[in-house]
Design a protein around this ligand. Structure first.
Ligand SMILES: [Zn+2]
Length: 334
């Protein structure tokens, strides 16, 4: 019975002697990075979309001058190797009777992305994928009937912020709360229960505010980033302190299209690598594809969807919200 199997999976994690609570600790961002994010963000945001993208590209190029694909895969970590070894004996199918689950999300960072949202929703619908669209509400004009149509079509409407402020998590709590509230009001749908922070900035203050505003989950922490703090484990985690879930992010199109240069085959090979890892871990693969990046890579995007669908015997495809609701119902957290 699959309900028991999800509980069984979480029991195995609990008994694995891996300190999950320690891994899911909100990292404190280094002072220098905080300052850069806080003060550079208003300047970058004043640039036109293309300029902003090029600027971020240059910054990443300084960090990775040869544009080599630098990624960690879940099984790189000893913690996951240990978990996979135990799981092998159990042969669980904990996610709707599948071994693993893929959550496809789309962060709509700017007006270019917003314009391409409808097309992306059509492609996802064609392949029967219930994805999550995370909106910003200030940087482009939100058309409420359009948001409602996305929700009606079975997609998840999530929040990516008021504007794409890279230093958002480091603002004062009052500002954080006010802007999130304005953004929720602009989306005008009761469906918004999930959040992903712009530029993945994170802090205790941000989580505290999300918790006060009754968010069900956040999806900002990273699983296997080669540059930033990573939780390593590809599973949803319940933060007792905030009465809120975290569903960490595995990989984004940025990693392939902005931070490095790769052939389509290399990218699809890398994504396949992630999927195989996730299957052996009974995990959740959250993958974020930005519409403003996919607008120039439509053929790639369809090939990507075809690739992930090849694993449908073993993998479920779900919005982030559905995974959390499923976990919330079926896991005893006490
Ligand atoms: Zn973003």
């Amino acid at each position: 019975m699959c309900l028991d199997e999800l509980q069984q999976l979480f029991n195995i994690l609990k008994e694995s002697f891996i300190s999950i609570d320690n891994l899911f600790t909100i990292p404190s961002t280094p002072y220098k990075e905080k300052i850069i994010r806080k003060y550079a963000s208003p300047i970058i945001n004043a640039l036109p979309v293309k300029g902003r993208y090029i600027f971020t590209g240059i910054v990443k190029k300084i960090r990775n001058p040869k544009s080599k694909l630098t990624l960690n895969y879940p099984m790189t970590y000893i913690e996951n190797q240990i978990i996979a070894k135990t799981l092998k004996i159990h042969n669980l199918r904990p996610w709707w009777n599948k071994k693993a689950v893929i959550c496809l999300s789309h962060d709509i960072d700017n007006v270019e992305g917003y314009r391409y949202t409808k097309t992306m929703a059509e492609i996802d619908a064609k392949y029967n994928i219930q994805s999550t669209f995370n909106f910003i509400t200030h940087d482009y004009k939100i058309d409420k009937p359009f948001i409602h149509s996305i929700a009606h079509a079975g997609f998840e409407v999530g929040l990516h912020g008021y504007n794409h402020d890279q230093g958002f998590a480091f603002r004062n709590p009052k500002k954080i709360k006010t802007e999130i509230k304005m953004a929720i009001d602009a989306l005008d749908t009761e469906e918004v229960v999930g959040y992903r922070s712009p530029a993945l900035s994170i802090s205790e203050t941000l989580f505290q505010v999300l918790s006060e505003m009754n968010f069900l989950f956040d999806s900002t922490m990273q699983i296997a980033s080669p540059f930033y703090y990573s939780v390593k484990l590809p599973y949803p985690y319940y933060f007792k302190k905030y009465d809120m879930w975290e569903i960490p992010l595995m990989v984004q199109d940025d990693n392939y299209f902005r931070d490095s240069s790769n052939s389509e085959n290399d990218i699809l090979g890398s994504i396949q690598h992630f999927i195989k890892d996730i299957i052996s871990l009974n995990g959740v693969m959250t993958i974020n594809m930005h519409p403003h990046i996919m607008t120039d890579n439509r053929k790639f995007y369809e090939n990507f969807i075809k690739l992930i669908k090849q694993f449908s015997n073993d993998v479920a495809y779900s919005s982030t919200r559905s995974v959390i609701k499923y976990a919330k119902t079926n896991i005893n957290n006490s």
